[in-house]
Write a protein that binds this ligand. Structure first.
Ligand code: HEM
Length: 586
């Protein structure tokens, strides 16, 4: 279906120019013709004005027509249409600016949160620049997209156009047979026996600990950066068989890769906020080009070498043992296409690096904020393993309190806060919405992008109770909470659910747990370095609105957050997490 579609920047630019022609030139032509038939001739200036007037009128009429068709189709399926955000400017331009402003200066996703509230619905249609874009924080709708309705949704053209420059033909960016093949190839590499060889994580964790132990007492370090280096060194060894060794801080050439990796994600975030019209901002310059080149200059030599070695092995009649090779070596047995292998590696690197980094960094942020939680987690670890004992999968499984801390962090700071899907050529009726509004089934038209927002859903007070935004690991021992989570697999979905759920969940949890065990064995007190920590603008200037309205109740995290959370595709802490660590007493 989508595979014959060309997602290159050239063809995306042609697509947007075609849209512009249809939306602007054709309606203007109709008006010119009508006026001419009525015997009215326009001068140069009034003639030029016809274009914006025609575009606005045409778009408005199209919107009205679309609403009419949607209502009719919804009715046929016994559903209602999704409430639409009503901004004050044509094309909901003010809504677009509000979202961009929130992205630049606000608290994570506050603007979306307000839009849901204004529309009194947990699923809404943003319709920005006359293009429908649905967003949902509804647990029933998200569950339907991930599970029962899985085949009715796909990544869709919108996402592929936006991220093709980065994720290309990889697993995160493909559907149907292509996606199935990727998943089939990748799955054995993430089987639990394979990701239970903890020595890989152990080696890199030990190195990270020695960086921390060698930091002068009283000095702080950017812990998020340290964990990112840990996860990338572990992932590069797991995937490429090559330790990029970024924890040896001397090798800072790698910064160019990291910066490009982050910058391209920020670009993607901007493109998705603007929606289908983003190519107009890149008509003459593909803004991903430089970053793409830098990323490729790191990855391609590794891929080319693997392909060459594989070819030589084949010529000698040798073959690799899939149980004992890296992911890259295995990929090279399935194709010689450097681009395909590179895309797949980058997809998994993206999935592996920033997500686990976000999890571990936010856990440590919470430890700094909640010394009682840190104390309890340390006691559990020291009781099970002592100050030096080496963690195994079995004894890590027994660390129930640490697991509760991980769950609570994943709930509040879901590393992937949102995910983009879209309907195919058929409209879809969702089941009834969740307990927040308990609305009747809603209709999503064909070929419409829809973003799921587990981040907001997992903070929803209607589902999690009035203390939903508070960090309380003990809730994970509450039978009521456990019952709700078990009964509704979609109120807690940091790893998604259904056929497209995270393939690296066990890898990530083993990696994060091992790292935290080693950290808590070595250190007993964590404090944020206020001098270096980038604090959110509203803490300095309480007059900044940006959603403060709905957080003034005192239970919203916004009022108490001492870090400034942000996100591109994955969440991160703006400016890093500057921490001091006190070594454990002997
Ligand atoms: C705390 C860490 C992690 C979290 C919270 C997380 C979360 C997720 C989520 C929510 C998805 C679904 C995305 C979507 O449908 O749009 C996903 C997909 C995926 N994740 Fe993870 N992930 C984590 C770590 C990892 C790691 C360490 C790896 C690999 C080493 C990995 C590999 C993947 C892959 C390959 C997919 C795509 C699956 C598919 O499309 O079939 N993830 N992850």
């Amino acid at each position: 279906m989508g595979q014959s579609y060309d997602y290159s920047i050239q063809s995306v630019r042609l697509r947007v120019l075609g849209d512009l022609f249809r939306g602007c030139v054709i309606p203007a032509g109709v008006i010119f013709l009508a006026l001419r038939l009525a015997g009215i001739r326009l001068g140069f200036i009034s003639g030029a004005l016809v274009f914006p007037v025609a575009a606005l009128t045409g778009s408005y009429l199209l919107s009205v027509y679309r609403d009419h068709v949607d209502a009719r189709e919804a009715n046929k399926l016994g559903a209602i249409t999704v409430p639409r955000v009503k901004g004050n400017l044509p094309g909901n331009l003010d809504v677009l600016f509000r979202l961009l402003r929130n992205q630049e200066r606000g608290y994570m996703m506050d603007a979306f949160s307000e839009l849901y509230k204004e529309c009194n619905s947990t699923t809404v249609n943003l319709r920005i620049l006359w293009t429908d874009k649905y967003i949902t924080m509804d647990s029933e709708h998200i569950k339907y997209i991930y599970n029962a309705g899985f085949s009715k949704f796909w990544r869709g053209h919108t996402q592929k156009e936006i991220v093709e420059c980065f994720l290309g033909t990889g697993i995160l960016n493909r559907d149907d047979d292509e996606w199935k093949t990727h998943r089939m190839i990748a799955r054995p590499f993430f089987a639990s026996d394979r990701v239970s060889h903890l020595d890989l994580f152990e080696r890199h964790a030990q190195k990270a600990m020695s960086v921390m132990l060698n930091t002068d007492p009283g000095d702080s370090l950017d812990f998020e950066d340290l964990v990112a280096r840990f996860t990338v060194d572990a992932a590069s060894e797991f995937l490429f068989g090559e330790n990029l060794n970024t924890l040896s801080y001397g090798k800072d050439g790698f910064n160019s890769f990291t910066n490009a990796f982050m910058a391209i994600q920020a670009l993607i975030r901007k493109r998705s906020t603007v929606g289908d019209w983003w190519p107009l901002l890149e008509l003459f310059k593909d803004k991903s080009e430089g970053h793409k080149r830098t990323i490729r200059s790191w990855v391609d030599p590794l891929v080319v070498r693997a392909v060459r070695i594989q070819k030589e092995m084949k010529e000698k009649g040798q073959s690799v043992n899939p149980d004992d090779c890296t992911f890259l070596e295995y990929l090279a047995t399935t194709t010689q296409d450097v681009e395909v292998i590179r895309d797949q590696l980058l997809n998994i690197l993206l999935a592996a690096r920033d997500t686990t980094t976000a999890l571990v960094s936010h856990v440590v942020y919470f430890f700094a904020e909640h010394p009682d939680v840190l104390k309890k987690a340390r006691e559990e670890i020291l009781e099970a393993l002592g100050p030096e004992g080496t963690p195994t999968v079995e004894n890590m499984r027994g660390l129930k309190y640490l697991r509760a801390v991980l769950n609570e962090t994943l709930r509040l700071f879901s590393p992937l806060p949102g995910s983009l899907r879209g309907t195919r050529d058929q409209g879809v009726a969702f089941p009834r919405s969740d307990a927040t509004h308990n609305s009747p089934p809603m209709y999503v038209p064909p070929r419409t992008p829809i973003a799921t927002m587990p981040y907001l859903m997992q903070r929803n007070k209607a589902l999690w109770g009035p203390d939903a935004e508070e960090f309380k690991p003990d809730r994970w021992f509450d039978p009521e909470v456990l019952k709700t989570v078990a009964a509704n697999s979609s109120v807690f979905v940091p790893f998604a659910s259904g056929p497209r759920s995270c393939i690296g969940q066990n890898y990530a949890l083993n990696e994060a747990t091992l790292f935290l065990v080693r950290l808590l064995q070595r250190f007993e007190e964590f404090t944020i370095d206020e001098r270096k920590q980038l604090s959110p603008p509203w803490t300095k200037d309480p007059t900044i609105d940006m959603g403060l309205k709905h957080s003034r109740g005192g239970t919203s995290r916004k009022g108490i957050e001492r870090i400034w959370p942000g996100f591109t595709i994955v969440i991160h802490i703006r400016g890093g997490l500057w921490m001091r660590f006190k070594k454990a007493s002997e």
